[in-house]
Design a binder for this molecule. Structure first.
Ligand code: 3JM
Length: 343
């Protein structure tokens, strides 16, 4: 099997760390592996498949000889993607920088793998909440077109990186010790005001836009339409940060073009690759973030009819946003390209 020279940009963060785990776990066919990060993290030594790799500071020359560049995300993506493309690498990027660019395919491999073929050097990985929702929606959309979705998210702190976990842990310690909680990161590092997330909920993820929605909520609307290639697929989102370490949960209300049968929906969800149905009210079984973390699949439960509207249903979907919501989905994009000899 052909092996590829791989660079990882942002190798030391939450998503970067997951890339390294998954490359090992999935036997990703790499030859040379170059770990890149900002100056701050350069010099760190990380183990991959039993071998030590030293993290290098990313420069515009870092991508010479690289076939596949996996970008963990953040503002660093925008800066380095052009250099990687120039060097002949295919960039698969986790940031929001390129997602809505018409020249950049936005891919969930189980949903729209064929769109990869339109790439011009950059392929975008959708937002974590978008991916997890699309995994639950695709098997249902194939039964009946979706007209409208109303979604509320319950997003884990590690969506804001390793620092999100550190912040929640510190605040729990402070609170239990009877001290005032210190807040430095959430809702978003780029804004001056911060609130504790411990014993709290924050209904703001990313910055506010003119229409009073947050950028995270807009990502879910626009990205879902692009992935399904359906402008008539309306999405209304409320994104909330919750004091959970890992795995995003979403309550999704779905209106279809025609009516569906619950058993048929359950069957389609269970048959879909990457989705597991965990839905037994008698046994009190439903997905919860504590139990879906470090798992590759997205878990669907609480499927039921919404009797307030025709052709409308509710479900609850939970998935590890660092795995399927980020690193795993990115790696799967590369795997699809390799399998189809598109690279
Ligand atoms: C998830 O200010 C920023 O750089 C936000 C970075 C970020 C993003 C994004 O917008 O690229 C943090 C967490 C995402 C995302 O997946 O959209």
């Amino acid at each position: 099997m052909k092996k590829y020279n791989v660079a990882i940009l942002g190798a030391t963060g939450a998503v970067g760390t997951e890339f390294l785990k998954l490359i090992e776990e999935r036997n990703f066919p790499f030859n040379k592996l170059r770990l890149l990060a900002s100056k701050r993290s350069a010099g760190k030594v990380l183990k991959v498949c039993g071998k030590d790799y030293t993290v290098e500071e990313a420069t515009k020359d870092s991508f010479k000889g690289i076939d596949i560049a996996l970008f963990a995300g953040g503002s660093i993506s925008k800066e380095f993607a052009p250099y990687a493309v120039q060097a002949g690498a295919v960039v698969i990027d986790n940031s929001s920088a390129f997602r809505m660019d018409p020249d950049v395919p936005l891919i969930v491999p189980e949903v729209n793998p064929e769109a990869i073929l339109g790439h011009k050097g950059i392929i975008a990985n959708p937002n974590c909440s978008t991916i997890i929702m699309c995994m639950a929606l695709k098997p249902l959309y194939d039964l009946a077109k979706i007209k409208r979705v109303v979604v509320s998210t319950y997003q884990a702190v590690s969506g804001a990186g390793k620092e999100g976990i550190e912040e929640l842990e510190r605040q729990v310690g402070e609170y239990v010790a009877g001290k005032p909680m210190t807040a430095e990161l959430l809702p978003t590092g780029s804004m001056p005001k911060h609130y504790p997330i411990a014993f709290n909920l924050i209904p703001q993820i990313d910055i506010f836009l003119e229409d009073l929605y947050t950028k995270e909520e807009l990502k879910m609307v626009n990205e879902t339409q692009k992935i399904f290639n359906d402008k008539n697929f309306k999405v209304s989102a409320t994104c909330v940060r919750v004091p959970v370490y890992r795995s995003h949960s979403e309550s999704v209300n779905i209106e279809f073009e025609h009516d569906l049968d619950l058993a048929e929906m359950r069957k389609a969800l269970a048959a879909f690759p990457g989705v597991q149905v965990l839905d037994d009210t008698v046994k009190q079984e439903y997905p919860m973030p504590l139990y879906t973390s470090e798992k590759n699949d997205c878990f669907v439960g609480r499927l039921r009819r919404d009797d307030t509207r025709p052709n409308t249903f509710n479900l609850w979907v939970v998935g590890d946003q660092i795995r399927k919501g980020a690193a795993l989905n990115t790696l799967q994009i590369a795997e699809v390209m390799i399998k189809n000899q598109w690279i």
